[in-house]
Design a protein around this ligand. Structure first.
Ligand SMILES: [Zn+2]
Ligand SMILES: [Zn+2]
Length: 232
């Protein structure tokens, strides 16, 4: 088998880049880190130049909790531990190889973008993964790692959940909470300012108004306040 393709709800714009980067896998030099520029990959068998239309299609196979695919000597387990990064996340687990493709539940060295996520679910899912027989974890963002990196990322959520809750109950806005929280070592992670979106999302979890949809108005408001406070 060459590919497993997933139909999913695109909730973060970087995924379009990721999809195109996969098309370019035969020619890694053609991959781009610039989210605004999709490099063509003329040497690739599956050419893409970034102008393709992405069309939604009906899945040919679906599952609810777990699905095991057998491909030659490789067992591939698709595991749904939802909600976490979104309302429906699929992990791809190769038990014999002890490899887990975590998708965006994993973000190593890169601040997770938590605009449609469920913090309590992320923490719970990470704890479940940490109990699995896994050595290598391929995250959705950042370099390949393992349980140490996943635990570190989980602790980011534990930190912002704990500190965010204090601010929430004190009547502090999400943007101000994002600006005031001491992120410690996570300050050196890429895209640290995602904290404003993450905090706005977390506030909806605290208030019980959370839904699968992203509340963009709350993100913009939190971002503006966060940016203004950080500029001082
Ligand atoms: Zn994502
Ligand atoms: Zn992503």
């Amino acid at each position: 088998m060459k590919f497993i393709s997933f139909t999913f709800q695109v909730t973060c714009p970087v995924h379009k880049k990721s999809i195109l980067a996969m098309c370019c896998e035969n020619d890694p030099g053609k991959q781009s880190d610039d989210a605004d520029r999709y490099n063509p990959c003329p040497n690739s068998e599956d050419q893409c130049d970034g102008t393709e239309e992405f069309k939604l299609s009906i899945p040919s196979l679906s599952f609810s909790e777990k699905l095991t695919l057998h491909q030659d000597a490789t067992n591939i387990e698709l595991i749904n531990l939802r909600p976490a990064h979104t309302v429906g996340d699929t992990l791809v687990y190769l038990p014999n190889e002890k490899i887990l493709f975590a998708g965006d539940i994993g973000s190593f060295g890169v601040t997770p973008l938590h605009g449609s996520g469920y913090a309590a679910g992320v923490i719970k899912t990470c704890d479940k993964i940490l109990e699995m027989d896994v050595v290598t974890i391929v995250p959705g963002h950042g370099p390949v790692g393992g349980k140490t990196e996943l635990a570190e990322m989980r602790d980011y959520f534990i930190l912002i959940q704990r500190e965010g809750k204090k601010h929430y109950h004190a009547g502090v806005t999400a943007g101000r909470a994002a600006a005031e929280i001491d992120l410690g070592k996570y300050n050196s992670w890429v895209d640290v300012d995602r904290i404003s979106t993450n905090m706005a999302r977390m506030y909806s979890e605290f208030s019980g108004t959370i839904s699968p949809d992203q509340d963009f108005a709350s993100f913009v408001k939190a971002r503006e306040e966060y940016t203004a406070l950080k500029r001082r």
